[in-house]
Design a protein around this ligand. Structure first.
Ligand SMILES: NC(=O)C1=CN([C@@H]2O[C@H](COP(=O)(O)OP(=O)(O)OC[C@H]3O[C@@H](n4cnc5c(N)ncnc54)[C@H](OP(=O)(O)O)[C@@H]3O)[C@@H](O)[C@H]2O)C=CC1
Ligand SMILES: CC(C)(CO)C(=O)C(=O)O
Length: 303
């Protein structure tokens, strides 16, 4: 396959690098000229393992790609799609495994719902420098078509990701998994970003761990009020699993805070909170975390 990875950060580097190592032609697209130049010259590196690939600025690649994998932060989804949809051949597909709610719809607005594959991943990747990542544990990928239809391309993409050792499965009931992930991220990414603790440190410190549990319980109630059949125990277990096994990982939202970037609060905590308001579900812990994260973003905007 010819694959364009839009967003050459932590996750783009992981997915693009592994696909390149299993024989796919991978082009990274990123807005940072220094990052693009470094990847074009040196390829990408996962720990000590390199992969050769191409790199380009947005809007330069045209017309040939079978698959575009979007790994920008959610606040840049619409802009990144507007700039890079032309990289796809007319029936090429877009895969989003980004965190948060609403990325799928923003992509469908540009290419049409029948060209969108949507899902989740819990691979923990930390960006060390341009084209260089550390992967703090193992993860999986689940996705399906946005329209819900079963199509051969879903299985072709799943096979390519599985062959690249990304633990991918095609999963028709992905909607519940997406909500379970957003609840997980609202709790863990938010509290790690606010406290600057790693996942393991939050798990070890009872006040932080209890706050994470409150956000999880509120998130479960919000999903159910919105008629999404999340599995309560699976959400709790996923948080406990990350606390035990992804101990050193700095969630992507903490990486944003440390780098002085805007966070994905509007797509993650904000997406859940808007749903809570629509269904009049009380969510005091989520609401307070959202206000604090939006305050951090406000600092970034005014600095
Ligand atoms: N890191 C992780 O472990 C995980 C992350 N995720 C999710 O995956 C997504 C990507 O996260 P992550 O890889 O950590 O993010 P990063 O911030 O590391 O990477 C995103 C990259 O996209 C670039 N970018 C921004 N706008 C555009 C654009 N218009 N066109 C092309 N590139 C652009 C950014 O540049 P710049 O920095 O200059 O803005 C940056 O290099 C997020 O939704 C995140 O929540 C999901 C699971 C795990
Ligand atoms: C890896 C994981 C699951 C940890 O919070 C994540 O989604 C992130 O860092 O954004």
């Amino acid at each position: 396959m010819k694959v364009v990875v839009v967003g050459a950060g932590a996750m783009g580097t992981l997915f693009g690098g592994r696909l390149a190592r299993t024989g796919h032609q991978v082009v990274f697209v990123d807005t940072d000229p220094a990052r693009v130049a470094t990847i074009a010259a040196d390829g990408v590196w996962e720990n000590d393992t390199p992969a050769r690939c191409e790199a380009a600025m947005p809007g330069v690649v045209e017309g040939e790609a079978d698959l575009l994998i979007l790994f920008t932060k959610s606040q840049y989804t619409a802009a990144a799609m507007a700039q890079n949809a032309g990289a796809l051949r007319p029936d090429g597909m877009v895969l989003t495994l980004q965190n948060g709610l609403g990325n799928d719809v923003a992509i469908a607005d540009v290419v049409g719902a029948d060209r969108v594959l949507v899902g989740i991943t819990n691979w923990p990747a930390d960006l060390l420098g341009h084209g260089r990542i550390h992967v703090a544990g193992h993860g999986t990928v689940k996705f399906w078509s946005l329209t819900g239809e079963d199509r051969p391309v879903i299985h072709q993409v799943a096979a390519a990701l599985a062959e690249a050792d990304l633990g991918a499965t095609a999963e028709p009931s992905v909607k519940a998994a997406i909500w379970e992930k957003v609840i997980f991220n609202a709790a863990l990414n938010g509290i790690c970003a606010l406290t600057r603790m790693t996942v393991g440190q939050v798990g070890d410190f009872p006040p932080a761990r209890d706050l994470a549990s409150q956000v999880v319980e509120e998130g479960i109630a919000i999903a159910k009020a919105n008629d999404v059949a999340v599995d309560d125990e699976r959400v709790r277990q996923s948080v406990a699993f990350a606390m035990a096994n992804h101990r050193a990982h700095k969630p992507s939202m903490l990486q944003d805070v440390e780098a002085g970037r805007l966070t994905e609060v509007d797509a993650i905590q904000g997406g859940l909170l808007a749903t809570a308001h629509r269904h009049s579900v009380p969510a005091p812990a989520l609401s307070n975390c959202t206000a604090l994260l939006r305050s951090l973003d406000q600092n970034v905007r005014s600095s």
